[in-house]
Design a protein around this ligand. Structure first.
Ligand code: HEC
Length: 287
């Protein structure tokens, strides 16, 4: 799976009201405010997202770009690509009215991987929507790299940067990308932040960076792996030790398990994640 990307941070969020410059800062003061803004934005959501395969024929003109150190292919690569900003200008022009600092760009990949990052951060770099691999054989758009026996699918789109080093894990390089949407940074905080228990903040941060790209809590997060909080928290039907063991070595539980082993976290960090998951078990929200 996408281990290169898997370890990356994520600030997942829904759209809330940053739709006009004059709107306030949406400090989610009460649950009812949060629900209202989500409802309002559910209505506006379409104008803040683009399903890329549907607009393939009308994409702006692509140029050739060279990525010196591609973190998915582990070498220098050339792509036909369109500056991400030009794609947004054309398909989500409303982004210009948003506060870029408060806005997340969410990438949805076909396989359920859902990384997101600050829109401001993405636009600060030379970010591109790659539409084909210059070295692909005639008649094909992409070359699919192999990872072990597994062939990764890069199509239909891949986000690349020409000025971000491969080792900068704060940038996402989503491939197999189908949809881009913009959302405000407040929903994640409203739903996932341990508001009433400071001791869980570390676990929240660790979960956000290491797990949320693939797993949702209260339905906020990635869809590659199962939801871990709603309606039943994983901590309500798995023993803590088993959760930790699973995270370290999923294939010791399940044959051909699709979750990559997470081996870079210490026991203490795993404990913090599990503790946060237990906290979340007491904070289920149907969103
Ligand atoms: C790259 C995506 C990815 C990441 C990152 C990831 N997981 Fe998973 N996880 C999965 C998938 C996919 C499954 C389902 C595995 C299967 O059974 O094939 C899974 C399964 C699980 C399960 C078993 C749930 C069940 O009932 O089947 C637990 C627990 C779990 N993950 C916890 C975590 C935690 C905690 C983290 C962060 C430290 C994490 N995962 C990071 C993809 C991921």
């Amino acid at each position: 799976m996408k281990t290169v990307l898997a370890a990356l941070g994520l600030g997942l969020a829904f759209v809330s009201c940053t739709h006009s410059q004059t709107s306030d800062n949406q400090s989610e003061t009460s649950d009812s405010t949060a629900v209202d803004s989500v409802a309002v934005l559910a209505l506006q959501k379409d104008s803040l997202s683009v399903y890329l395969p549907d607009v393939k024929a009308s994409l702006p003109e692509a140029q050739t770009v060279v990525v010196k150190e591609d973190p998915v292919f582990f070498k220098s690569k050339s792509y036909k690509a369109i500056p991400l900003q030009v794609v947004l200008d054309k398909f989500i022009p409303a982004y210009k009215r948003l506060d870029l600092k408060q806005t997340q760009i969410v990438f949805e990949c076909e396989d359920g991987y859902n990384p997101s990052m600050s829109l401001e951060k993405v636009l600060q770099k030379k970010s591109y929507l790659a539409i084909s691999d210059v070295e692909a054989p005639a008649g094909q758009d992409w070359i699919n790299p192999k990872k072990g026996d597994h062939e990764m699918k890069i199509a239909p789109f891949y986000v690349v940067y020409t000025d971000v080093p491969a080792k900068d894990v704060t940038y996402k390089w989503p491939y197999n990308l189908v949809k881009i949407s913009l959302s405000a940074a407040s929903k994640e905080l409203a739903v996932l932040f341990p508001k009433d228990d400071d001791t869980q903040v570390k676990g929240f941060e660790l979960f956000k960076v290491n797990c949320l790209t693939c797993h949702s809590l209260n339905k906020v997060g990635g869809k590659m792996g199962p939801e871990l909080n709603y309606p039943k928290s994983i901590t309500e039907y798995w023993q803590v030790d088993q959760i930790k063991q699973f995270v370290k070595a999923p294939t010791s539980f399940r044959n051909e398990c699709k979750m990559p082993a997470v081996t870079h976290l210490s026991e203490k960090e795993l404990d913090e994640i599990v503790s946060y998951l237990k906290y979340m078990a007491k904070h289920k929200v149907k969103v």
